[in-house]
Design a protein. Structure first.
Length: 93
């Protein structure tokens, strides 16, 4: 069973809180997802993380309204898209 949790984080440049996907305690059985991916030799997730860490997300994060439900961070959403593209997934649009 895989367990997911939400982590809200407020970047220092904005008061807006974002739901961040990175560094969440996701478990596959009793093993952390990070350790599980290393065990099976899945490197794509780590490559995407390195690419995303090099980017400046401040211009994107400043565009969000400060009211309403916490949005998913632009970094997290881009990570999902890049990982999907690297695995060969395509949209139907």
């Amino acid at each position: 069973m895989t367990v997911f949790t939400r982590k809200l984080e407020s970047p220092s440049h904005t008061k807006r809180k974002f739901v961040k996907a990175q560094n969440l305690p996701i478990l596959e059985g009793s093993v952390s997802l990070c350790d599980y991916l290393k065990q099976i030799g899945e490197r794509r997730a780590f490559i995407v993380t390195e690419i995303l860490d090099e980017q400046d997300w401040v211009p994107f994060e400043r565009c969000y309204s400060s009211t309403g439900r916490a949005p998913y961070s632009p970094r997290s959403m881009m990570g999902i898209l890049l990982y999907g593209i690297m695995k060969g997934h395509k949209t139907s649009c």
